[in-house]
Write a protein that binds this ligand. Structure first.
Ligand code: ADP
Ligand code: MG
Length: 269
């Protein structure tokens, strides 16, 4: 069964899309079959991978029930991205929060749409919009876990409270298995006191749920999207690239460990 990870934080500009695109690319480079779903109307993950979606073949049509998720999947020709696929987004998705409001079970539309895809992939990553609206709720309901990027340039705990509360509500009402995959410190600058304060505060609160790898502020990470490439194809030696590779490795390590434990439990019973 593939693991579904939503990348969420209602604050914009914290590194959700950069994380979704680059972690997905590294998981794929490590030969994990990975699907990235762009569920943000701004479509930054889609454009960051150089994808111009085909007419009426995006997550928008999938959510409205016009096409199947399978029919919106895009693949990549680069050999490093052989294991990566994408369901693109487009700006029209912006209206979907209202269009979907009438739907029965409107929080579960994405979960249902990707049900059949789960066992086709090792990982499915969902890049969420910067809000806690219906699209993010759909992602959290479809997900096994949430990866929360936190920008080390603001004291974040206040905004995080809202997100954690939403996660709690989703867990209670829609998706009991939802877990926190981890908190990822982004735009970290070890020279800045604020960066270190944020890192300390986050670690005190989330403990071993914080990824060991921190993402440094790195210009290469902000240049790569305009070339339509993940950092691995743009500058694989940059500090940003190296740290995102480590995040992908941490995710694989944690999840394979959990799988092993689950397997042992099954043997015992
Ligand atoms: P979000 O999806 O949360 O809105 P993005 O991933 O789009 O955030 O990042 C916001 C902006 O910051 C983008 O222009 C992106 O290229 C840039 N950025 C993200 N992470 C870094 C980083 N570690 N170093 C430098 N620039 C970054
Ligand atoms: Mg984004």
């Amino acid at each position: 069964m593939g693991k579904v990870i939503a990348i969420a934080n209602q604050k914009g500009g914290v590194g959700k899309t950069t994380t979704a695109v680059n972690v997905a690319a590294y998981l794929a480079a490590l030969e994990k079959l990975t699907l990235l779903i762009d569920i943000d109307p701004q479509s930054n993950a889609t454009s960051s991978l150089g994808v111009e979606p085909e007419f009426e073949k995006t997550i928008y049509e999938v959510l409205l029930g016009k096409i199947r998720a399978e029919d919106a999947i895009v693949s990549f020709s680069d050999p490093y991205l052989k294991f990566l696929e994408l369901i693109p987004s487009k700006i029209e998705l912006v209206g979907s929060e209202y269009e979907l409001i009438e739907f029965q079970g409107r929080e579960r539309i994405l979960a249902k749409a990707i049900e059949r895809l789960r066992n086709r992939y090792d990982y499915i990553l969902i890049d969420c919009p910067p809000s806690l609206g219906l699209l993010t709720l759909n992602a959290l309901t479809a997900a096994d876990s949430v990866l929360i990027p936190v920008q080390c340039e603001y004291l974040p705990l206040e905004g995080l409270g809202q997100l954690l509360n939403t996660i709690k509500i989703v867990k209670e009402r829609l998706n009991p298995k939802l877990d926190i995959e981890g908190v990822l410190l982004t735009m970290y600058d070890s020279r800045l006191r604020l960066s270190n304060e944020v890192a300390d505060e986050i670690k005190r609160y989330f403990r071993d749920r914080v990824f060991e790898a921190k993402i440094p502020r790195n210009i290469k990470l902000s240049e790569a999207p305009s070339h339509g490439k993940p950092i691995l194809l743009y500058d694989a030696k940059s500090p940003g690239a190296i740290s995102y590779a480590k995040v992908a490795e941490e995710i694989i390590k944690r999840n394979e460990k959990t799988e092993k434990i689950e397997g042992l439990k099954r043997q015992e019973t």
